[in-house]
Structure formats: structure tokens, C-alpha cells
Design a binder for this molecule. Structure first.
Ligand code: UN1
Length: 502
């Protein structure tokens, strides 16, 4: 494996030595081999990097926003040049197939372009003042250093959604990648540094940096009052810890946590569209997207046909080395993840579920790579294990008989990230996205739950954490709102008509 990344790194003009030294071993999920090494931060280095980020913010906030956008444009250019190589490094480090690795880098390029345009559109408001000779305005000001915590499954794109917006908004950034995927983070930081060198002296030292380590390292950043915003992507368990810690010091938090995403398949659904939508959503990235399709709520009239077609489609999925063309499903991230999947399947069996698939495969070839046959679990009703997010390719299926029942099942889980319906009935489609419909941050019609475009705000409700990243007006989370009233008259009228005669 290592040889393979040496070539990838060299193609990006990066020195493999920078990816093979340090006290953190990085293993490839493809075969469990040692992929590289990284140096873990210490309490002292984290503190120094936060100090640098704070200093950088104080300079960067005074650089005009369109000029800040130019730095993001240069970063996007680096990413465009190295899309295939960085995509391959993502594949080697997190095990998603090459096509998805490159797709992830494309999301980075897309968000950079979005942020470049945004850098000229950080609009405020003018508001009518109740007082004569007064102007009231709303400004959006740079917020401060932004701490980014990301997970192994989208090792680079999540950084970019935050980084591109934060940089355009005038913030400095400090990134703690998953300890399972630090090499891709080192590569991104190097690409940033190249962009910053081209940009020139306006980009201060410490504007972007990474911190590598375990939870204690992340906690130092989370607890530091100089970090104005902590944007954390990961499990609900992680968010439950990060949220209160940041709130304790009155910092801002943007949480992107678990999803338990369902697709309702209605009687009128076009199954030729629904099947590929479900299969991509359920087995893509080996079921390790926060948007992965985990639940199918199928109308009783099409249930048998749908399940038969899904099983047939599952039978033809090519599982194997994600770097090889034609593979659709790569490995799980590690053995723990495999064990968690097995426990979830066992629990479903105990709840009366019928499990198809789910076994380990290719262990002869990859003793230390955890490949699985994606599982389909037919359940008599929505059970406790179906309400939990298991980060693996398990697709639970239940039946429904009327639309309101389907809607209730869809919403009856603690998470609220993504949801979809396949229907050709306009009443059902519109009801699904009405106030009484899906309670998720993302509600799709006739496409699946995963693979969101960067133009929309990304995130979800309930235990998903409520944060929004990426497109639409998600940029506002990276800025502070300032209301300003200016008196250009020669009087000092008080608001609310108050008289205060001296
Ligand atoms: C994630 O799994 O953390 O919508 C993000 C999608 C991708 C992002 C997934 N654009 O599936």
C-alpha cells in the first residue's frame, strides 16, 4: 500500500517523508497495512496553534472580503489540479471507492467556487428606524478562529465546506481531522499553503492549520475560549459532549451528527428509479455516510416486488479493492466497525428481523481488511435497533399501508438529517415536504437520501444537531451579526418615545 501512496504524493509534488514520520500510525482499511505516520500534537502545540490562529484572525478580518475570496479561488485551483491524486489518497486512507474519492474532491472544488462568489455577497440589511434622522443597518462581521472537527468518512470535503466559507467570511481555521485519516488532512494543508504562498503576504501565518491527535487534543480546542465557533461533524455521542462544553463558555457550535435516513417507496413509485437510488444510498461508501439510506418504508402493494428487486441488485454489487475500477463497495473503516455491524444484525434478528447478507467477505485475500456483504433486514415494524444509526451497510425495510403511517414511521427516530420519497403522486410528494411532512433538514422527492449538492444548506434536526453547513445562507454561522443605528440629525430622540428631560 505504501508504494501506492508514494506515487500519489509525488504526483502532487509532496514529499512522502512528510507522511511517514511521527508517533501516530495510519492504517489503510483496504488491507490493514501501515499507510503512513503522522505526528500528534501536544497540549503545548495546540495552544501555540490557537494563539497563531487568533493572531491570524485579527489580521485576516481586515482584508477586504473579495480579496479573501481570491485566496479561496487559489485553493480551489490547487484542488482542481490535484483532484485525481487527492481523490486516490482519500480512497487509500478511508476506503471509499475511487469514484467517490474524486467526487469528494469535486465537492471541495464546488464549495470553493461558491465561496468565491459569496465573498462579494456577504450582504447585510437596511432596516427602517422609528426615529427621524436615523439609519439602522445590519452588518455581518468576521467571527473569529473556527475549529473544525471532521470524521473519517468524508476526510476532506467536510473541512472544505467549513474552510472555504470561514476564510471568505474573514475567519482563521484550525482543523482536527479524525485520527484515522490524518494523511489526507496533511495533504489539504499543504495545498492550502501553496495557495497562500501564491496569494501573498495578505495571508497571515497561522490562518489555517491542523491539529492531530485523539480526543484529548480535540477537547483542548473545544474548551478554548479563543475558538469562536466549533464546527463538529461526527457521531451524536461526540456532539453530546462537544455541544455542552462549548455552550459552557458561550462559544458557538455547529453540529453535524448522526442520520437515520429513510426512503418512503409509495405505490406509484417508479421502481426503475427507486432501486438505484436506494442501492447507492444504502451501500455507497459502504453505508458510512451520514446521509446513507438506512431505512425503507415500503407500501404493502409494492413491498414484495421491491424487496425481490433489491435483493437481485445487491447480488450484483462488486465488493473489493476500492482503488480498482468497477468496485462499488470498499471495506468498512476497521474491525470495530465490523463488530458493531454484527451486533446490530444480531439485535435485529432478536427483534424478529430476517437478515439477508451482512457477512464478512474477502477475508482470505484481506486478513486485516473488513469487507462485508451489504445487509437487508426485513422487520415486522420499526424496532429499537432500526431507530439507531449503525455506521455500516444495513438497510432495514418495513411495510406501511397508508401515507400518514409512512410519514409517522419516517419521523419516529431520534435523528433528522435526510429523507426521501419515491412517488409519482403530486399530493404525496408535496405532503412529504409540507409542514406536517418530513422533519429532516433534507427532504427529497424521487432522488435518494445521500449525495447532496453543495449549493443547499446541509444539516439536520433533532439528534443530528441542528447545524447547517455548505450552501444557501449557512455562511452566517461563520460571522457575527451587528446592528448599527446611526443618528445623522441634530436631535437625540430616544426609542419608544421616551422623554428624559435633563
Ligand atoms: C457526510 O457523510 O458526513 O450528501 C457528508 C452527501 C455528501 C455529504 C455527506 N454530499 O452524501
Amino acid at each position: 500500500m505504501q508504494d501506492r501512496i508514494v506515487d500519489i504524493l509525488k504526483s502532487m509534488d509532496m514529499d512522502p517523508a512528510d507522511f511517514s514520520q511521527g508517533n501516530l500510525d495510519v492504517f489503510s482499511p483496504i488491507d490493514g497495512s501501515l499507510l503512513g505516520k503522522a505526528t500528534m500534537d501536544t497540549a503545548e502545540t495546540v495552544d501555540a496553534k490557537i494563539t497563531a490562529a487568533d493572531g491570524a484572525f485579527k489580521k485576516w478580518r481586515t482584508v477586504p472580503a473579495p480579496r479573501r475570496g481570491e485566496l479561496v479561488r487559489l485553493l480551489g485551483e490547487e484542488l482542481r489540479t490535484h483532484k485525481d491524486a487527492l481523490g486516490a489518497l482519500v480512497t487509500a486512507e478511508c476506503g471509499k471507492i475511487l469514484e467517490e474519492g474524486k467526487g469528494e474532491v469535486q465537492e471541495m472544488i464546488d464549495i470553493c467556487e461558491f465561496a468565491v462568489g459569496l465573498s462579494r455577497q456577504l450582504h447585510g440589511l437596511t432596516i427602517a428606524s422609528e426615529r427621524p434622522g436615523h439609519h439602522m443597518r445590519e452588518y455581518w462581521q468576521p467571527l473569529g478562529p473556527v475549529g473544525i472537527i471532521s470524521a473519517f468518512n468524508f476526510p476532506v470535503a467536510v473541512w472544505s465546506w467549513n474552510a472555504a466559507l470561514a476564510l471568505a467570511c474573514g475567519d482563521s481555521i484550525l482543523w482536527k481531522p479524525s485520527e484515522k485519516t490524518p494523511l489526507t488532512a496533511i495533504a489539504c494543508q499543504k495545498l492550502f499553503e501553496r495557495a497562500a504562498a501564491k496569494f501573498g503576504a495578505d495571508a497571515p501565518e497561522g490562518l489555517s492549520d491542523i491539529i492531530i491527535g485523539m480526543r484529548d487534543i480535540g477537547e483542548r480546542m473545544v474548551d478554548d475560549h479563543r475558538m469562536a465557533l466549533i464546527s463538529a461533524t461526527g457521531s451524536t455521542r461526540m456532539g453530546r459532549e462537544v455541544g455542552p462544553r462549548v455552550a459552557q463558555r458561550f462559544g458557538k457550535c455547529l453540529l453535524e451528527l448522526g442520520g437515520n435516513n429513510a426512503i418512503i417507496v409509495a405505490p406509484s413509485a417508479d421502481l426503475d428509479m427507486a432501486i438505484p437510488g436506494i442501492v447507492f444510498g444504502a451501500v455507497g461508501t459502504c453505508g458510512q455516510r451520514c446521509t446513507s439510506t438506512r431505512r425503507i418504508i415500503a407500501h404493502e402493494s409494492i413491498y414484495d416486488t421491491l424487496v425481490a428487486k433489491l435483493k437481485k441488485a445487491y447480488g450484483s454489487i462488486r465488493i473489493g479493492d476500492p482503488l480498482e475500477a468497477g468496485t462499488l463497495v470498499g471495506p468498512l473503516i476497521d474491525e470495530d466497525s465490523f463488530n458493531t455491524m454484527q451486533r446490530a444484525l444480531e439485535a435485529a434478528r432478536g427483534e424478529g428481523g430476517t437478515v439477508t447478507g451482512g457477512e464478512r467477505t474477502l477475508e482470505d485475500k484481506y486478513a486485516d481488511g473488513y469487507y462485508v456483504n451489504p445487509a437487508i433486514v426485513e422487520l415486522p415494524e420499526q424496532t429499537a435497533s432500526m431507530r439507531e444509526e449503525t455506521f455500516a451497510p444495513i438497510l432495514y425495510i418495513v411495510k406501511y399501508s397508508d401515507f400518514d403511517e409512512a410519514m409517522a414511521i419516517q419521523n419516529d427516530v431520534p435523528q433528522g438529517l435526510s429523507s426521501a420519497i419515491f412517488t409519482t403522486d403530486v399530493r404525496e410528494a408535496e405532503s412529504f415536504i409540507s409542514s406536517a411532512g418530513s422533519d429532516c433538514g433534507i427532504a427529497n422527492v424521487n432522488i435518494g437520501t445521500s449525495g447532496a449538492e453543495i449549493g443547499g444548506a446541509f444539516g439536520g434536526e433533532k439528534e443530528t444537531g441542528g447545524g447547517r453547513e455548505s450552501g444557501s445562507d449557512a455562511w452566517r454561522a461563520y460571522m457575527r451579526r451587528q446592528t448599527s443605528t446611526v443618528n445623522y440629525s441634530r436631535e437625540l430622540p430616544l426609542a419608544q418615545g421616551i422623554k428624559f428631560d435633563l
